[in-house]
Design a protein around this ligand. Structure first.
Ligand SMILES: N[C@@H](CCC(=O)N[C@@H](CS)C(=O)NCC(=O)O)C(=O)O
Length: 201
């Protein structure tokens, strides 16, 4: 199945999840790296909140980085980046993506907004320690899990590791990984992969 694919993203933000997935799948795609699209009417036609990433696959547009990565891997099952729907391994994919996004990434994003994205008058410093507690609780679960498995859905790398790895990488940049040696080693394994799109400089 060869559909024309255009990914809209910017730098090492969440769009890098989609870019890494496309590269691992070995697909031809056009990448529009343009942060100035954020909030524009043009982007809102594809992503109703005007956020990046968005993707057009065979003339149809989609948004949400995790949903995009999952769909791309489902389109090309022969690439073995995702398990078949209805299997235990696929349930683990859904589980760990939901976990990373709701139990860790939401708090990382909230802290970033309250530190530097929102205008000063909208920032609430009191949310920062509360968010940190939640992030640490989530990372503790990943630390325990990765003690017994190399990757999140089993012994082999999968798209789940691209999605959750991005959240872990963000946790590292925000200074939360110091007390998590197992998660840190996992992230290093991801960074070592040739096609990883969010390697440290
Ligand atoms: N849940 C969305 C989040 C999208 C998102 O917040 N993107 C950021 C860049 S990483 C953005 O466009 N921010 C602009 C804004 O919040 O106005 C996803 O994973 O795709």
């Amino acid at each position: 199945m060869d559909k024309k694919i255009t990914l809209y993203g910017t730098g090492t933000t969440r769009s890098s999840r989609c870019r890494w997935t496309l590269l691992e799948l070995g697909l031809d795609f056009h990448y529009v790296d343009d942060g100035s699209l954020i909030g524009t009417t043009e982007l809102k036609k594809m992503q109703p909140l005007g956020k990046l990433p968005a993707i057009v696959i065979g003339g149809e547009s989609f948004f949400e980085s995790t949903a995009i990565c999952t769909y791309l891997c489902d389109l090309y099952p022969e690439k073995n980046l995702i398990a078949t729907v209805g299997t235990r391994q696929r349930a683990l994919h859904e589980q760990w993506c939901s976990f990373a996004l709701t139990e860790i990434e939401g708090y990382l994003w909230s802290s970033l907004k309250h530190k530097s994205v929102y205008p000063a008058e909208k920032r609430v410093a009191a949310v920062l320690p509360v968010n940190t507690e939640e992030i640490i609780a989530g990372l503790t679960v990943l630390e325990d899990t990765l003690n017994t498995t190399s990757y999140l859905t089993g012994p082999s790398f999968s798209v789940t590791d691209i999605i959750v790895g991005f959240t872990v990488n963000w946790s590292r940049s925000a200074g939360h990984l110091e007390k998590f040696p197992v998660v840190s080693a996992y992230l290093e394994r991801l960074h070592e992969r040739e096609l990883c799109t969010f390697k440290p400089n």
